[in-house]
Structure formats: C-alpha cells, structure tokens
Ligand binder design. Structure first.
Ligand SMILES: *[C@@H]1O[C@H](CO)[C@@H](O)[C@H](O)[C@H]1NC(C)=O
Ligand SMILES: *[C@@H]1O[C@H](CO)[C@@H](O)[C@H](O)[C@H]1NC(C)=O
Length: 366
C-alpha cells in the first residue's frame, strides 16, 4: 500500500495512460515505423577518422608452450581452439556478407555500441559486453588487468557494475581518433550463447530472481509490459502480478511503435535482451575472438592466451555443466508460447543465430 503512494507510481500511471492512448492511435491509423530501431534516439557516431577496421590478427607463436592457467578447474589451453575460433570468425564474416540476412546484421557503430565496449589500454584489449553471457567475470578480469586488484576473487561484487568506481572506461568516452586507433589495433572480443537461452536467462535474472536487487525491473518495467501485452488486462484494474514469460516474448516480438516507446522508457536496461548485433555491431567491428558460453572452459583460457595476458590473470573457476545448453529448460519456457510468437521471436533474433553458428531451434518452430 505504501508503495502505491510513492511518487514513481504516479509517474508510472501517467506512462500507462500515455501508452494506452498511443496503442489506440497506432491501431487506428495502422502506424508502423519501417525502421525498427531508427527512433531509439541514439546518437549516430559519425566522427571523423572512422572507417571499417580490420581485426588485429591473433598470433599464437608456434614455439611458445602455453602455461596452464592457475585456476584448478579450467583445463589448460586446447591447441585446437585456435582453429575453432578461426572457423567462427570465418562464419561471421561470410554471414555478414550474406545478402539474405544482411539487412539484419548491419548496424552503425553508434554511441550506443561504443558504450558497450570496455577498454584496457594497458593490455590493448577491447571487450564488448553482451549481458547474460558471463560478463561480470570478464569485467573482473579486465579490472585485474588494469592493476586494481591482484586476482579476480579480490574484486568486490559491488564494484564490478559500478562504472563510476571500477576504472573500466567505455570506448565512447574517447575521441573519434582514439576510438578509431583502438578499433584498428587492439585485441577485440565478445561472448555469445544460444540466443533463446539468453532471453530465458534475462527473464529469470531480472523478473524472477533479481539477485542484484534492482527494483526497477519488477516495479517499473514489468508493469508497463503487462499493461500493454497482457491479454486480459482490461479487467478494471491494472494488475500487478508477476510478468509472465509469454508477455515478455510478446513485447520482444512487437515490431510496432509501442515497443520503441517502451524501449525508450526502459533506457539502457534493454541491453539484457537486445541482440548481439545491436549491442556489438559484429559485422562492422572485426572482432579477433568470439567466445561461446557453452564452451567457456575452452574459450576462457584461449581468450587470455590470444589477448597475450595468460599468466597475468585467470578466469574464475566454475563447474563446466552450468554453461551447457539446456534444451529441456528452453522447451519448458517456450511450452506456453504460441508458434506464431516463437516464429516472430526467431525472426527478430535470427541474425544472432546465423552469425554465431547457433542452429535454428526447429524443435520449437515446427
Ligand atoms: C545465407 O544464409 C542462409 C541462412 O543461413 C543460408 O541458407 C545460405 O546458404 C547463405 N548463403 C550463402 C551464400 O552463404
Ligand atoms: C535443465 O533444465 C531443467 C529444467 O529447468 C532442470 O531440471 C535440469 O536440472 C537442467 N539440467 C542441467 C544439466 O542443468
């Protein structure tokens, strides 16, 4: 009850009404924006000196015997992993040129993208953050590499996401010349995982478990999604029960102006469910390594080796099973979702499937 009297609640109600009116207007005049993301209001980054950049080649000296990492649970560097990554980069490059999915995978290297990329100048590393793919641990690795803490276990949890204090600079904070230089010469990597499993993880993490105590997901974002996408919300009152995965999906697949408005209201919190393409511009920025969450125990040592920092830092240990793709879980979450919405969801995330070699989830689509 007390909550209802708080100021943000009034704001929320105003937003509800404004949105519902917009829904009406949209339905009446069949208004659709052609360009799904044209209206997000991100500043396009068109500074001088920017041109598409070549990947810094990953050289593994033949004669250098890789040291085993300090962490006991991670196996040592797999010599095969260089060719695994090479194949991933080749697939990415060829898919970016593939005209049948090309329109989905090309975006501009906007300020929004540059905000996602963290810089370690000391070791010439750029890391593009893809939330829900184990990024906290990679940020800890970068913080250690910057020299603030001796090991990843010493980095306080609270500091990792506190970007005013953790000393991690975003690429967007630099001048166009500095950005261009780093994109051209630094080691660049990002992490990906099965796109649908990532959405489930975002939903669980933000709307069901909320371990980091971020009240805005359930107090601001969920009620707005429910107000717009719950099938029976016109029952006299704005219901505030939990957001269902089904409604979350309906929001994600909306190609109309409603989602654009919601995304504006939700600000940067949408990074948890935006595509890798939108977050990291993988067809414009030529990444040196694409790590896969599913094979993290192989990818983490390889990335540290390829970035030239193995021995300086080790990736936190973890039980390998927790990163494996879990089809049962995916089937469970999608069991209540209509085929139509699953197909739409695949349409929205298909560039992430194609560019990074994740198989089309036919068991859900057919
Ligand atoms: C383009 O991508 C589609 C979808 O993955 C694939 O079926 C097709 O073979 C690709 N074409 C080329 C030329 O790679
Ligand atoms: C896969 O997900 C299901 C359902 O959430 C769970 O019961 C099961 O333990 C998971 N399997 C593994 C190997 O994590």
């Amino acid at each position: 009850m007390l909550k209802a009297m708080r100021h943000p609640w009034l704001l929320l109600r105003i937003c509800h009404w404004a949105l519902l009116i917009l829904v009406f207007v949209e339905t009446l005049i069949f208004f659709r924006l052609v360009n799904d993301y044209g209206g997000r209001g991100v500043q396009r980054w068109t500074g001088p000196g920017f041109k598409p950049v070549k990947a810094a080649a990953v050289q593994i000296p033949e004669n250098q015997h890789p040291k085993p990492p300090d962490s006991p649970s991670l196996p040592p560097l797999d010599p095969e992993w260089h060719s695994v990554n090479k194949k991933r980069i080749e697939l990415l490059t060829s898919m970016c040129r593939n005209s049948s999915i090309g329109h989905l995978s090309h975006i501009s290297v906007s300020k929004f993208v540059l905000d996602r990329i963290f810089v370690s100048d000391k070791h010439k590393i750029l890391f593009c953050q893809t939330p829900k793919v184990g990024n906290t641990q990679w940020k800890k690795v970068l913080i250690v590499l910057n020299g603030q803490f001796p090991t990843v276990d010493d980095v306080p949890e609270g500091l990792v996401h506190d970007h005013d204090r953790n000393g991690l600079h975003r690429l967007s904070s630099l001048t166009p010349q500095e950005i261009s230089h780093r994109l051209n010469t630094y080691f660049k990597f990002l992490m990906v995982r099965d796109p649908f499993e990532r959405l489930i993880s975002a939903f669980k993490d933000k709307f069901q478990q909320n371990p980091r105590d971020e009240p805005w997901y359930n107090e601001d974002i969920a009620p707005l999604i429910i107000a717009i996408y719950r099938k029976s919300h016109w029952d006299g009152a704005l219901t505030l029960s939990d957001l269902h995965f089904e409604e979350f999906v309906r929001y994600l697949v909306d190609v109309g102006v409603r989602r654009q408005i919601l995304d504006q209201l939700f600000t940067n919190r949408i990074i948890h469910w935006m595509t890798y393409t939108e977050l990291c511009a993988p067809c414009e920025i030529q990444y040196s390594v694409v790590g896969h969450h599913e094979t993290l125990e192989k990818d983490a040592p390889y990335i540290l080796h390829a970035a030239g920092v193995e021995g300086l830092v080790s990736y936190p240990s973890f039980p390998p099973d927790i990163t494996r793709y879990n089809r049962t879980k995916v089937e469970q979450y999608f069991s209540g979702i209509s085929k139509r919405d699953i197909r739409r969801l695949f349409a929205r995330y298909q560039s992430d499937f194609h560019l990074f070699g994740y198989p089309r989830p036919d068991f859900l689509l057919n």
